[in-house]
Design a protein around this ligand. Structure first.
Ligand SMILES: [Zn+2]
Length: 89
């Protein structure tokens, strides 16, 4: 067993048809985001999305993202509505 875990990437979520949840630590706002709608390279690890989202409720960038493995395919959200992402780097 490897000592370190490989971080899950945006591409992993897309490949597995998983979702992503963005969470605002400032006001508690959270929202499901379609990984396909994230304008960042698929190799970007999810932990690196820290601060990448801007909360539209309070404007804070004190945000984090986490994989959502319980995403229901039937309930797939079409776009990252409600969140602003920076341009791809
Ligand atoms: Zn907020």
């Amino acid at each position: 067993m490897p000592e370190e875990f490989e971080p899950v990437t945006i591409g992993d979520l897309i490949a597995g048809n998983h979702g992503l949840t963005a969470h605002c630590r400032n006001c508690g706002h959270w929202k499901s985001v379609n990984p396909l709608a994230i304008p960042l390279p698929p190799c970007r690890p999810i932990p690196a999305l820290e601060g990448a989202f801007k909360c539209t409720l309070c404007g804070s960038r004190n945000t984090c993202a986490m994989p959502d493995y319980n995403k229901d395919k039937e309930n797939r959200l079409p776009r990252a509505a409600g969140w602003i992402m920076p341009p791809a780097q």
